[in-house]
Every structure is written in C-alpha cells, then in structure tokens.
Design a binder for this molecule. Structure first.
Ligand code: SF4
Length: 488
C-alpha cells in the first residue's frame, strides 16, 4: 500500500465518513518524463504557441511522444477507434496529455500501457475502440445534434432555447477535442464516421447577424458566448464581439465558455489576452453586467498550478466568477469520490466554482460513457453535504427539446425500459404556436446495458424504435398512479 493510500484509509477510518476530505497541494507533473518532451524547457511549456504547435493530432505524434513506453496494441486500438467510431478528431494539447499517468514512472518498453488504458483523462480525450460497448455502442435514439440546438438557431450559430438566454456559437473549433462532445455535429474536423455540419456565413457576417437578433429581442438578458471554444477566436475579434454585446442594454449576463482555461491555460495567461479581458471586465463592471467564465473540467487530475493561475488571473482582472460545467462520464468521474475530489480541487486549489455536471448526451457511440438517470440521482445524493451549499454542483439531464433539468425533476420514469419523462415550463423558439409544448412529456433514454434483462430484451426486439408500446406503457403507468392517488 502506498503512503497516500494509507493516509486516505486512515483518514476515512478516523472520520468514519463515506468520503474523507483531504486538502491537496496542486502539482504540475514533470513533462520531461515522456521521451518526446525530455528536452522541453519551462519557457517553451508556458508558451501558448508552443502548446498549440505541439498538440497531438494523430497516432504517429502520440507514438513520438510516448515511444515504446506504450505497447503497439494501444496505438492499434486507438487507430481503429479513429477509423470506425470516433465522432471527434484527435486534438490534445501537451498540458492535458501531461496530466495523464502523472503518478507513473516510466520503467521500460510497454511499462505505461496499463496506466494509459486506465487513465481517466485519456478515457475521454483519447478513446480507444476497446473502451466502447459492443452490445449497444449507440442508443437507438442517439442523434448527431441530440439537443436540437441547430433546429433552434434564430441566426446562424445562435440557439434560442430558453426564454431569457441564448447560446452564441461563434466558431466551430476548439484547442482540444473531447471524445464525448455534445456538439459533435458541428464542432471539429470531419472524421471517417461523421461528416460535420459547416457554417455557411463568413465569420464576420455570422457575428453581425447574431448581434442584430440580440438587439431586437429585449427579452434576452443572458448570452453564453461559446463555440467550439472562444479561446480559438482571434482575441481582437472576441473583444469586439464582447464590447458590442456590452452596448446592448438588455444583456445583463455574459458567460464565456472555454475548456481551454484547463486544456490550454497558457492561452488565458498571454499578455494580450489578459490585458484585453481586463478591458472587457472593466466595461462590464461599469455597466453592471456580470461577466463570467464557464469552463469544462471532468477530473481532479486536470487541475494543476497553471490552471489555477489562469483562473485566478481572470478573477483578479475583474471577471466575476469562474464556474465549472463538467460532464458525468462512466470510467472517468461517475463515482462519488471522483466527483467530490474534483469539486474540492476546483474550489480549494483554483477558486473555480463547481456548478453543474451534465449527464453525457445521447450522441452516437457514447453508451460506454453514459449513466442512467437512476445512477445520476444516486450520485447527486452521495455528493450532498460535503461541499458548501453554494458550491454543491447540480447533476442535470439536458433533455432534448426541454433543456437542463435537475435529475430529480422527472415527471415519470419507466426503469424497466429506461425511459424518463420530463416536462417544461417555457416554450423554445420553435414552439411559439405549439399548444401542447407545456403539457407534453419529453423522453430521455438510459443506456440499454444498464437496464434489467427484461428491458434489454425489449430493446433488442424494438431496436427499430417503434416507441408506441413504450409510450402506451408510460401512459398506462401514469393513469394507474393517478388512480392510486385518488383511491388514497
Ligand atoms: S471543448 Fe467543448 S465544444 Fe470543444 S470539443 Fe470539448 S466539449 Fe466539445
């Protein structure tokens, strides 16, 4: 047993609690442990351009980095996934790669293979074929644009789903590509499996059209400025967009979405970006607008001193808050200890507010990552009471055509077929004339492998997805429960 494990065990025993909190000092793992970076200096490492230029984009580059420390079997597994399953192309910045296998000491050929397979960051940034399920790699209801954001575009890239807030996708690229990306329909390069949707307008026209919509819709007060990742927009263009947003009286909240705060913190620490953000934050403060950064960190191992420095720098120059929206992923973080470790590392180490964990959306080939609503409810239960209330994240299900719903908010749940039913209290932009939008129930589907045998059998027989039987059962169960209530 390592001394770390011993301390954890003792600590758990002493507190008698299911989770034993420990304050942990952040560490930047030593990148020179990998053959491909043995000569890289601290100056190069802290340079955003060096990081971008040395992202791993293919198996050959990964092999150059790890060499024979990782067995050929792994590279072949990765190559097969890229060819047959991956919905996102490979793009991993050195900063993120360096947080994989941080505790391991390379000891010779093949010595890192097992650790790389098991690594939680690798599991979602470099998915391999053998990670995926073979029984149900995709749910029969999985779709490319599972949240129907494109359907709700009111201008190119501008999704108006909730009454007072919009999502502005400024660009379709990121400095890193996550295997489970919800926006896999639009974001990133095409893969052998997925031909990506392309924006049609020139960037300048797209941003202008979005601005025109926002100016003419005073009910919108909150803009999530996203992509892709805003860290890939040339700074001058992002500053211009934000400055124009701040001139619109009805805009009171601006949230910048950037996973790069963790994946490429060097970007947010560049002099021109820090100075530019300070100018924007100053204007926001003068106008009483809340300017925040929303980042996306899924595992405690990703939080290093460089990430903490980027987050704290943003808050020092006037950004009101940095919040985390992680994704709940099997084999990465979907257990109470991993979620709590991550939340405490965010809060204590980097001053980042744990905010949401989204259930992984129903995109193709995501079944091995997804958890059931029942499991998500259990996880929410297990993380309550340890963190301050204001920093206890909600686990949410992003229900197609509905939006984010806390996992305990469902209206009905057929646990045998794994179909949950949800309601909503507003219309999206495509339902202005829909008389049933507020009374209809909307479905979300658990991964089939998580169902009891009878449910799995039902799906095997109905994989052609005729849901009439499931819907009839759900209606029947609602009628029965209503009758039971009346009898009581
Ligand atoms: S950073 Fe966000 S938008 Fe970009 S690939 Fe990852 S999940 Fe998708």
């Amino acid at each position: 047993m390592s001394s770390g494990t011993l301390i954890e065990t003792l600590s758990g025993t002493l507190t008698g609690q299911p989770y034993a909190y420990q304050s942990v000092e952040l560490v930047e793992p030593d990148w020179t442990r990998f053959p491909g970076w043995s000569e890289v200096t601290a100056e190069q490492w802290s340079d955003a351009q060096w990081q971008r230029a040395h992202c791993v984009k293919n198996v050959r580059q990964l092999r150059e980095l790890f060499g024979d420390l990782v067995a050929e079997e792994f590279y072949a597994d990765l190559e097969r996934d890229q060819a047959e399953r991956a919905t996102m192309s490979m793009l991993v910045p050195p900063q993120m790669l360096n947080t994989m296998m941080a505790q391991e000491t390379p000891r010779g050929p093949g010595s890192l293979t097992e650790a790389l397979y098991a690594d939680p960051v690798r599991r979602y940034m470099l998915p391999v074929f053998s990670d995926r399920r073979t029984d149900w790699p995709s749910h029969p209801h999985a779709t490319r644009d599972s949240l129907h954001e494109h359907d709700m575009w009111v201008a190119e890239g501008l999704t108006h789903r909730y009454p007072t807030k919009v999502l502005a996708e400024l660009l379709p690229t990121c400095p890193q590509y996550c295997g489970h990306c919800t926006r896999m329909d639009l974001v990133g390069n095409s893969t052998p499996v997925i031909d990506k949707l392309k924006f049609e307008l020139k960037p300048v026209d797209r941003l202008d059209q979005q601005m025109t919509y926002l100016r003419s819709h005073p009910q919108v007060r909150d803009v999530v400025v996203s992509g892709g990742d805003v860290a890939n927009l040339p700074w001058a263009r992002l500053e211009d967009y934000l400055t124009r947003l701040l001139e619109i009286d009805n805009i009171r909240d601006i949230r910048l979405a950037t996973k790069a705060l963790m994946g490429l913190p060097q970007h947010w620490l560049q002099d021109d970006v820090v100075a530019g953000m300070a100018r924007v934050a100053q204007i926001a403060q003068e106008r009483g607008v809340s300017l925040a950064i929303h980042t996306h960190i899924n595992h405690a191992n990703s939080i290093t001193p460089a990430v903490a420095k980027a987050a704290r720098t943003m808050m020092e120059i006037g950004v009101r808050d940095v919040r985390n929206q992680g994704v709940l992923l099997n084999s990465v973080n979907a257990d109470p200890d991993s979620l709590l470790d991550l939340c405490f590392r965010l809060l204590d180490g980097a001053g980042i507010m744990p905010y949401y964990f989204y259930m992984c959306d129903m995109i193709p080939f995501s079944e091995h990552w997804r958890v059931s609503v029942a499991d998500a409810q259990q996880l929410q239960h297990h993380i309550m009471g340890y963190l301050p209330g204001f920093a206890t994240p909600r686990i949410v299900c992003d229900v197609p055509y509905v939006g984010k719903r806390w996992v305990h908010q469902l209206a009905d749940y057929d646990t045998e077929l794994g179909i949950s039913y949800w309601t909503k209290n507003y219309r999206t932009s495509i339902e202005a004339d829909d008389p049933e939008a507020l009374t209809r129930t909307y479905e979300y589907y658990d991964p089939i492998h998580s169902l009891p045998e009878s449910g799995q059998r039902w799906w095997s027989q109905h994989a052609g997805v005729d849901l009439s039987e499931a819907e009839a059962r759900a209606k029947a169960s609602r009628i029965v429960s209503e009758q039971q209530k009346l009898l009581v």
